[in-house]
Design a protein around this ligand. Structure first.
Ligand SMILES: [Mn+2]
Length: 324
């Protein structure tokens, strides 16, 4: 009986063509993990297809090959891999009917949808999991692969600031530094620098911010995107900035999508597990950072989810005062 690492190693060894995808509206960990793994596979002689249905924001173009992707699977491949993807729906249908062979992730809500599933909630980023495991799969980490992986660790840990950052996160980051990744440069590019369009989108969101019942929340609408010329479907990381606000316990961002659906992002103070809330709405994520998507207008979703979140905070504090 082979263990998971041996199974993954065998699958990779046998495959010549491999497709890798992450989740829709890809963040730095999704993109960094796809390319960190994909570059190492290419360097091992494999042919790799990179799948991004929503494209890749320009701030990630410093990653080698980040302009080289397709929106869905275009040809037959021997092996399919998802990274940083908690459930199959989050892949955005890039694989069509093709089954998923390997699922590599760190979300505790992962639904184990593939033939081989390696889910490590103890990792601050999927890129941390990859840095830890890739040697066991016969893959070495070059400077270009390390640069992509460091992007994943830095963005998901918000610069080693999230409460799931561990000493192991720092150890694997030092492995990436030793492989040639430039910590300072990647930190600047992914966490510090903001382009004007992103800052203007933040301005729209921040001008509407509200605080009530322990919740800090705001909205980003299609009109905001149009006004600021912001092209992504994401929130330009605004919700992560909101999580720095000292007032409040839970932070909520409602993001109106082009298809009329509403994407919800939760952030929370440590010990308040908002992934439970996200799951109620068919989403998932981490205890302090979770999301869901609802097929309804932003105004209705805002009213409904806000009420539920306030109640959730009330229940949380009742439980803290009167543990049953
Ligand atoms: Mn992640």
């Amino acid at each position: 009986m082979m263990n998971t690492d041996q199974q993954i190693h065998a699958k990779i060894k046998k495959a010549q063509t491999i497709a890798i995808a992450a989740h829709i509206r890809p963040d730095g960990d999704a993109i960094g993990s796809v390319y960190g793994l994909g570059i190492a596979l290419q360097e091992a002689g494999k042919s790799v297809q990179y799948l991004f249905p929503d494209g890749i924001a320009t701030r990630f173009h410093f990653i080698s090959g980040a302009k080289n992707f397709t929106k869905k699977l275009e040809t037959h491949v021997d092996l399919t891999i998802t990274v940083d993807c908690a459930d199959l729906e989050r892949c955005g249908g890039v694989f069509g009917d093709r089954k998923i062979d390997i699922n590599l992730d760190h979300h505790k809500t992962n639904t184990h949808f593939a033939e081989i599933n390696l889910v490590a909630p103890e990792c601050a980023a999927t890129a941390e999991l990859l840095t830890r495991q890739m040697p066991a799969w016969g893959l070495s980490i070059s400077q270009q692969s390390a640069t992509a992986l460091m992007c994943g660790i830095l963005t998901d840990s918000q610069g080693f600031a999230t409460n799931n950052t561990t000493s192991a996160t720092l150890r694997y980051t030092s492995v990436l530094m030793d492989a040639g990744a430039n910590l300072n440069d990647i930190y600047d590019k992914t966490l510090t620098e903001k382009d004007m369009k992103s800052v203007r989108l933040w301005g729209c969101g921040l001008s509407k911010i509200k605080f009530e019942g322990g919740v800090v929340w705001t909205t980003i609408t299609q009109a905001d995107r149009k006004e600021t010329n912001y092209s992504g479907n994401d929130d330009a990381d605004l919700v992560n900035f909101m999580a720095n606000i000292a007032d409040g316990y839970v932070y909520l961002l409602f993001n109106e999508q082009q298809n009329g659906e509403t994407k919800i992002s939760w952030r929370s103070k440590p010990d308040i597990d908002v992934s439970v809330l996200a799951e109620e709405y068919g989403g998932g994520g981490h205890p302090s950072a979770a999301g869901a998507e609802i097929k309804d207008s932003i105004n209705r979703v805002e009213a409904r989810v806000l009420e539920r979140t306030k109640l959730f905070i009330e229940e949380y504090f009742e439980h803290v005062i009167n543990p049953s």
